[in-house]
Design a binder for this molecule. Structure first.
Ligand code: PXG
Length: 465
């Protein structure tokens, strides 16, 4: 092996990176002034940087590393597949065994009414596929005027043009004149930030009824679909009040629109169930998946399609003019299959549900007693802490928004724990294989980081009395 990390010291790598590498979602100028952290290896839930620091990865990479780093079985499966057939497309009346097997396995794991999958390379491609499939479906149903897709403020559905438009991130919309036409964003079920004087249950119903009000305002005959993450991840781990999904279910049952459950983060065990839809009892028509499908070992995603939609597309649709060079890439499919085998045979998701999620939950919710924390919330192995300047006052915000989150994130990194900050909300999504000992370490490092951030703010007169 002749990796650069074995040859060059950190500063040299950082310098080359600064000169040639444009990072995603990054202020490159600010990053280059600081220098990137160089990650060179990883094992289990631990990543190692080029200076030899071992850091607990509380974000599972980018919400994707379900089975933990360093599983040689995946490397072996990819290696075997590369030797047999490193690439072939699935366009021209061809297929190959890994794509066949993975589609069968996904049909087995997905809810019973979903038996077909369209393969793509990422979650963003999955949602661009959703956008075209939804409209094509209504065209085939003889209702081409049903075009508007409803989504939510602060949703994240990806970075391509349609996916970013479906998403509800205003900062993203500001770059490139998005959203594209035909998409409307309704309220998110974010009680802590936007619940006002309502209690969580009342707010959950109110936010859900935004869907109903918007369908009625636009006209049901013009609305094609509603897309939503079971729990908004990148938006700050927005766990809806308990009343939200039941009320959405009622509305969807009464209206003839498609429901798209974006399972890119909540799929493959994050909530202690195979899919977030299983956790919340949701029945969707289309289900974008990615991330945990391969535990990030190789890029792959898909759209699971409900039988009634697939039948329409297949029986009446003729050719669907859509697809990617890497749709069903054989090596990515082989890695995904091995990942699903490991998740399944090692009962990793059952262990999350019965052992590690309840164990983490107890300790995570106890962080709510910290003077910097306004709310702690968690479902399965995905959680958030709301950092606040005034405990007990949900309307108080740090000024400027986001700086305290960033400060706490940097401190946490130095303390050997990756947490992410979304504005001033700390988010957590560790690998599903995290052990109880590692959870103890995670929470201890988290609390230490909160203490240090709090002390720093206090010293500078930014918080408290
Ligand atoms: N849907 C959801 C729900 C996602 O979280 C995508 C679609 C897009 O997937 P791809 O594979 O195209 O990235 C995502 C991705 C963050 C962050 O900062 C989150 C994602 C991606 C990048 C950064 O939390 N989620």
């Amino acid at each position: 092996m002749n990796l650069m990390s074995n040859i060059y010291p950190t500063e040299v790598l950082q310098k080359i990176d600064a000169a040639h590498h444009l990072h995603p979602f990054t202020d490159t100028r600010a990053l280059n002034a600081e220098g990137s952290r160089v990650i060179v290896s990883a094992d289990g839930v631990w990543i190692t940087d080029s200076d030899g620091n071992r850091i607990l990865d509380g974000m599972a990479g980018l919400w994707c590393m379900q089975i933990g780093y360093g599983r040689t079985e995946i490397a072996a499966a990819a290696h075997r597949q590369m030797l047999d057939l490193p690439y072939y497309n699935t366009f021209f009346k061809t297929t190959h065994p890994p794509a066949v097997q993975l589609s069968e396995k996904l049909a087995e794991l997905a809810p019973a009414h979903m038996n077909r999958v369209f393969f793509v390379g990422s979650g963003s491609e999955a949602n661009d596929t959703v956008f075209r499939m939804v409209r094509t479906y209504w065209d085939l149903m003889g209702q081409p005027e049903k075009k508007t897709i409803l989504s939510r403020v602060n949703a994240y559905h990806g970075s391509t043009v349609a996916a970013a438009s479906l998403g509800g991130m205003t900062t993203m919309h500001g770059q490139g004149d998005l959203p594209i036409a035909g998409i409307r964003h309704i309220a998110q079920p974010y009680w802590f930030g936007e619940g006002g004087d309502m209690d969580p249950d009342a707010f959950g119903v109110w936010a859900a009824r935004e869907l109903e009000r918007t369908i009625d305002a636009i006209g049901e005959d013009k609305v094609a679909a509603f897309i939503a993450e079971p729990i908004q991840g990148a938006g700050g781990v927005i766990i809806p009040p308990e009343t939200y999904w039941p009320e959405i279910r009622r509305i969807l049952n009464e209206r003839e629109i498609l429901f798209v459950a974006d399972e890119v983060i909540t799929g493959f065990g994050r909530l202690g169930t195979w899919f977030g839809s299983d956790y919340y009892g949701l029945t969707s028509d289309l289900m974008p998946i990615a991330k945990g499908l391969s535990s990030g070992y190789l890029p792959i995603g898909g759209v699971m399609v409900a039988d009634h939609v697939a039948d329409m597309l297949v029986d009446k649709g003729g050719e669907f003019f859509h697809g990617f060079t890497y749709s069903g890439h054989p090596v990515a499919c082989a890695a995904a299959l091995e990942n699903l085998r490991i998740l399944d045979e090692e009962n990793i998701i059952g262990r999350v549900r019965d052992e590690t999620a309840p164990y983490l939950q107890r300790q995570w919710l106890a962080l709510a007693d910290h003077p910097l924390v306004g709310e702690a919330r968690i479902v399965g192995l995905v959680g958030a802490l709301e950092l606040v300047p005034v405990k007990g006052d949900r309307s108080a915000r740090f000024d400027p928004v986001g700086r305290v989150g960033m400060l706490t994130r940097d401190i946490s990194f130095r303390n050997g724990l990756v947490m992410r900050a979304v504005r001033d909300t700390m988010v957590l999504s560790p690998p599903l294989v995290i052990s109880k000992d590692e959870i103890d370490m995670l929470v201890e490092r988290c609390r230490k980081s909160l203490d240090e951030a709090y002390a720093d703010l206090k010293r500078r007169g930014k918080i408290g009395s």
